[in-house]
Design a protein around this ligand. Structure first.
Ligand code: GYE
Length: 336
């Protein structure tokens, strides 16, 4: 069996990545059936914007190596057009399966139609897509962002239950929330925002006074929070869609002379080690887990697709919630 393992580093310039994939397509590959050769999988990852993303990439790469799956890896450097180019290269190379993380939900219909016309099954991982023809992909495995948003709101209902009990919306001191959302148009940000609002819609004493996208980046989280703290002096809660942005938020809140976790309640998503450490220091009050270790399940599903088997349309990975009331020392190393 041919052994071909290709990890195209994210540092490689894009032209090299596309060139490499096109060179491979010029070679073509032997016309064996998937049953009697190493499966070749084309994987388009969005980038390396957070420790979560780096762990997700590592999990897929390690699981592919473990399973003997030949991986063509492409780092899109946060650009949808690079993902579309990579998927077209995978089609040209006639991979057995395409797996990708849609950086945003829309804009995939044409390229997935090309994959279907080429007879290549597509598995979506981590983030979800909005598409007219659901037959253009075989299934989804990843996180339940809407539930993550619900869990964030659920923590606040408990945290502020005294204010909830006596506080119709008309009273003068609603719970004032600032939201730092993730990448605009991504299912992760849209889902978290949706779930958060679904729960709070029943509780008008909670008011989202400001919301803006920090693109899941620590640097933007810091800059946004500095600017927001100049305009708003009575913030009760910050809901940040990922720990990367939250680390920037903590820097900005401390620079303002405030005590994060005490003067302002902070709820964050991902459960990176740094967020758990901040929870232990009392600087963060609730950490919603978003599980990046999707590699083994993803590769197992990809192998089933390569064997032309059907797979479940939707699989949500297991996730939990860590909060200030828990036995925080019992939380094991996060690995990201
Ligand atoms: O929360 C964030 C990453 O798509 C669920 O993307 C993922 C999100 C995750 O940048 O850290």
């Amino acid at each position: 069996m041919r052994s071909l393992k290709i990890f195209v580093s994210s540092a490689a310039p894009r032209i090299l990545i596309i060139g490499l994939l096109l060179a491979l397509s010029a070679c073509g590959k032997p016309k064996e059936s998937p049953a009697d050769k190493g499966i070749i999988l084309g994987f388009s990852q969005i980038g390396a914007e957070s420790a979560w993303r780096t762990c997700h990439t590592r999990s897929i790469q390690e699981a592919a190596a473990e399973a003997g799956v030949q991986l063509l890896f492409s780092n899109a450097e946060q650009k949808q057009e690079n993902q579309i180019k990579a998927i077209r290269s995978f089609i040209a190379y006639q991979v057995d399966v395409i797996v990708f993380v849609p950086i945003v939900s829309a804009g995939w219909d044409n390229v997935l139609r090309e994959a279907k016309d080429a007879g290549i099954p597509v598995l979506i991982t981590d983030r979800k897509i909005d598409i007219q023809d659901e037959s253009l992909y075989a299934g989804y495995i990843g996180t339940n962002s809407v539930q993550e948003g619900r869990d964030a709101a659920g923590f606040l209902l408990t945290k502020f239950q005294d204010r909830s009990a006596t506080a119709p919306a008309s009273v003068k001191n609603p719970v004032r929330i600032v939201e730092l959302s993730g990448t605009t148009g991504s299912s992760a940000a849209d889902g978290r925002a949706q779930g958060f609002r679904e729960v709070l819609a029943e509780h008008p004493e909670f008011q989202i006074i400001y919301s803006e996208s920090g693109d899941f980046l620590r640097s933007k989280g810091y800059e946004l929070m500095r600017a927001i703290l100049k305009d708003y002096s009575d913030i009760d809660v910050i809901f940040s869609h990922n720990d990367g942005m939250t680390l920037g938020v903590l820097d900005a809140v401390k620079e303002k002379g405030l005590n994060p976790g005490i003067d302002i309640v902070i709820v964050t998503v991902d459960a990176e080690q740094a967020a758990i450490d901040a929870l232990r220091r009392g600087e963060v009050n609730c950490v919603i887990e978003c599980n990046p270790k999707q590699g083994p399940q993803t590769i197992a599903l990809a192998k089933q697709l390569a064997r032309l088997e059907t797979i479940p349309r939707l699989i949500h990975v297991n996730e939990t919630v860590f909060s200030e009331g828990d036995d925080l020392l019992s939380i094991g190393p996060r690995g990201y």
